[in-house]
Design a protein around this ligand. Structure first.
Ligand SMILES: [Zn+2]
Length: 280
């Protein structure tokens, strides 16, 4: 648990200093799910400081990052009504912690009494924890939204809801839905961690997510974990397309796997193939 393979020594020493306290905190929060997270953590997390191995074109390595590489067994098919056809996906989680983000977080006094190198790490680790416990990860919804928004329009990529193209707007909304679920639940998990560590949890939740958390019915550890598992049924959908899409995510059988290390500097991920394909 709390694996870190990056090259920032202080992240490692601060994890070690807090390791026992953190394990107790997550055990108290996660209850019977703790074992699953601990096992998944040692099985899945790998070093990802090398952009070439994780689809670097899309990653700003000045930011700390939890992300998911992916491979689908065949071309995705999504109906006009938003229903995803039967499919399988392999998902490869990865984390990156950047020195710049550590400085930024410290400057904004977001540490609430925790050491400054530990905070960005725990933020990304919390994304991983929540990902582990989802049958249909919200990151998968985010990936599909990016793939679909970019399909057939190589020069007109979008991840912005400002887009006026209706097709892209539809996918931008789904991407935004994933982001709100991911960040709001992360904030709440972080507040529980602070609480368990005997620190002030109030600032862990960004004000912009308070309303979402209330609408998700998240008030304690149990409601957080319940929501996280069935988020795609519980998040308010923008329209019928979105609600069909979110519900049919369960049509995709997900295998969470350790990201294969190509060791050659090239990479084998669909994410990159999609991107490269789009630029031809
Ligand atoms: Zn985040």
């Amino acid at each position: 648990m709390f694996e870190y393979f990056g090259n920032i020594t202080k992240v490692r020493t601060e994890i070690e200093r807090y390791r026992n306290r953190l394990e107790r905190a997550y055990q108290a929060i996660l209850g019977e799910s703790f074992e699953k997270v601990r096992d998944s953590s040692s099985r899945l997390l790998v070093n990802c400081d090398e952009p070439s191995k994780v689809g670097g074109a899309l990653i700003n390595f000045n930011n700390s990052y939890f992300g998911v590489g992916f491979e689908f067994d065949r071309e995705l098919h999504i109906s006009q009504k938003g229903v995803i056809g039967q499919n399988h996906a392999r998902l490869f989680p990865y984390m990156h912690i950047s020195q710049e983000s550590i400085k930024r977080a410290a400057a904004h006094k977001q540490n609430n009494g925790l050491p400054k190198h530990l905070v960005p790490y725990l933020h990304e680790y919390n994304h991983f924890v929540l990902f582990c416990l989802q049958n249909s990860p919200d990151f998968l919804a985010g990936i599909i939204a990016v793939v679909e928004a970019n399909r057939g329009s190589p020069t007109n990529r979008t991840n912005s809801s400002r887009s006026s193209n209706p097709k892209q707007l539809k996918w931008a909304r789904i991407y935004a839905c994933h982001k709100v679920v991911a960040e709001a639940t992360q904030d709440f998990l972080m507040s529980l961690v602070y609480h368990q560590l005997g620190l002030d949890p109030r600032h862990a939740i960004r004000p912009c997510f308070l309303e979402s958390l209330a609408s998700f019915g998240i008030v304690d550890a149990k409601s957080l974990l319940d929501f996280n598992k069935s988020w795609n049924y519980r998040v308010p959908a923008f329209d019928k397309f979105q609600s069909n899409f979110l519900r049919s995510l369960e049509n995709i059988t997900v295998a969470k796997e350790q990201m294969p290390n190509s060791g050659k500097g090239d990479n084998n991920f669909s994410f990159n193939r999609q991107q490269n394909g789009g630029q031809q």
